[in-house]
Design a protein around this ligand. Structure first.
Ligand code: FAD
Ligand code: 2HG
Ligand code: ZN
Length: 472
């Protein structure tokens, strides 16, 4: 009997997909990249069914590729083209298992879409702060598996800072019940954090207990024109000190990135009459019903103007204006999808080194492909920029793709020279796996291989992701 038959009789025929039309959605990513071909796609409906499916794959020696919302940007959720891997979708694990408003925790299954996690928190007047442009389709399991970042990291940290406990199906099918809502627990190695950011290579997250925070229904939001990236970095401490802990987002957008949005997102409008080289979206958030947030923002901007750090500013006067400003930032990924070929890079350095990193990188990139367009933007407050590239005006996407390796090396070398990271938030998957292995401290790489070997000795859990396929 074949594995597909075993999976079908264990989970039911509706839970196992083999038809090309049915599996197609699992073989390419959100950008249309990838060309994988799975043996089948399984869609278990409970932790017990995930465990059964993984155990059957383990017994058959068949690799398993966990799949959440499919919005990952590093190829981690895609099967290879061997036709021998089983894609395991968590999409049917959608229960909110419980909310404890007094303890500020929420327990959800892995397939719950991030926007629904946020809504579950809001329904008890709490905030789950993880915030990504993909929140309408990514899953909390995928967010934790990639240790997602987003626009609220500045205040609340990465996905790993928002989780207290996990339930995980291990590569042999056993279930680890680590769903503890404890804020303090020093009983040995931190296994929860080991699975966070492991991109499905150590086990399958089936549920998580998350941290909740006080709701912040009030916002003060500004879109700023800035003379330089230096100004963005210098303005950050000004806003921070004026805002008394209420700073919630501090995002950078280059003119090239804004132009891409203005070209492809119909509702987007330039906030200013004339173009500027750089922009920042600054948001304060809190619960106070008085004008304190607006006053703090105004004071910060006044100081920014005084120090010539701000060239122009628009402050949102209504929730819909706030949305329009956010669209200029959150619309960039979508706009790039409609703007021809693009290459994505997701890097971080200590925030004070960002200006020199960007200047150095721009020169190196231009030497590789003269005129290459730098669609630079990102979470400047975290020292994290998305250094995305588009073909020179009038240039071809093929030329851009042909230069992809050299362009990536230019960026990664500049980052490495400054002690930065070549994957600040999207993870390694397959796209950055080898670039990382080539640059990572050998001791660190060795420890990563040891961890993989210890948890997944048969090498069946998302093989070829994070670590090169020949290791361990
Ligand atoms: P998938 O794409 O399905 O999977 C991602 C990886 O996690 C794969 O390796 C997969 O095998 C593994 N995986 C998925 N579910 C599980 C599970 N339950 N257990 C174990 N492994 C699992 N990322 C950021 O960090 N910050 C951003 O600001 C951001 N913005 C984005 C905006 C857009 C428009 C898009 C398309 C993507 C963005 N991303 C961002 C990337 C992506 O949304 C995040 O990485 C997200 O966390 C992926 O979730 P997913 O459910 O779609 O995971
Ligand atoms: C963002 O910050 C995301 O908007 C996506 O991390 C970045 O599409 C990208 O390159
Ligand atoms: Zn990002």
């Amino acid at each position: 009997v074949s594995l597909v038959d075993d999976l079908t009789s264990a989970l039911g025929p509706g839970a196992v997909l083999t038809e090309p039309d049915d599996v197609a959605a699992y073989c390419t990513d959100w950008r249309g990249a990838g060309s994988g071909r799975p043996l089948c796609v399984v869609r278990p409906g409970s932790t017990a069914e995930v465990s059964t499916a993984v155990r059957l794959c383990h017994e058959a020696g068949t690799p398993v590729v966990p799949h959440g919302g499919g919005t990952g940007l590093s190829g981690g959720a895609l099967p290879d083209d061997s036709g021998s891997q089983v894609v395991l979708s968590l999409a049917r694990l959608r229960a909110v298992r419980g909310v404890d408003a007094a303890g500020d925790t929420l327990t959800v299954e892995a397939g719950v879409v991030l926007a629904d996690v946020q809504a579950a928190a809001a329904s008890v007047d709490r905030l789950f702060p993880l915030s990504l442009a993909s929140e309408g389709s990514c899953t909390i399991g995928g967010n934790l598996a990639t240790n997602a970042g987003g626009t609220a990291v500045l205040r609340y940290g990465m996905a790993r800072d928002l989780v207290l406990g996990l339930e995980v199906v291990l590569p042999d099918g056993r279930v680890w019940d680590g769903l503890r809502p404890l804020r303090k627990d020093n009983t040995g190695y931190d296994l929860t954090q080991l699975f966070v950011g492991s991109e499905g290579t150590l086990g399958i997250i089936t549920a998580a207990t998350l941290r909740l925070f006080p709701a912040t229904p009030r916002h003060a939001t500004a879109w700023l024109a800035l003379p330089s990236v230096e100004a963005a970095v210098s303005l950050l401490p000004v806003v921070r000190s004026r805002s008394g802990g209420s700073l919630a987002a501090y995002e950078l957008v280059s003119r090239e990135a804004l132009d891409t949005v203005l070209r492809h997102v119909p509702a987007a409008r330039d906030a200013f009459g004339e173009p500027h080289e750089w922009y920042a979206l600054v948001e304060l958030a809190g619960a106070a019903t008085d004008d304190s947030l607006d006053d703090a923002l105004e004071a910060a901007l006044a100081e920014g103007f005084e120090q010539s750090l701000v060239a122009d500013a628009v402050v949102a006067g209504s929730p819909s204006q706030r949305e329009s400003l956010w669209l200029l930032r959150e619309g960039i990924s979508e706009a790039q999808n409609h703007d021809g070929a693009s290459l994505k890079h997701d890097v971080s350095v200590p925030v004070t080194l960002l200006p020199e990193l960007l200047a150095d990188t721009a020169a190196r990139l231009d030497a590789v492909l003269p005129g290459v367009r730098l669609v630079t933007y990102g979470h400047v407050g975290d020292g994290n920029v998305h250094h995305n590239l588009a073909a020179p005006v009038g240039g071809s996407g093929d030329d851009l793709r042909a230069a992809a390796g050299d362009l990536a090396d230019a960026i990664y070398d500049a980052v490495a020279e400054r002690g930065g990271s070549i994957s600040a938030e999207h993870g390694l998957g397959t796209t950055k796996r080898d670039a990382n292995a080539a640059r990572k401290d050998p001791v660190e790489l060795d420890l990563m291989r040891s961890i993989k070997q210890a948890l997944d000795p048969a090498g069946l859990m998302n093989p070829g992701k994070v670590l090169p396929a020949d290791s361990p």
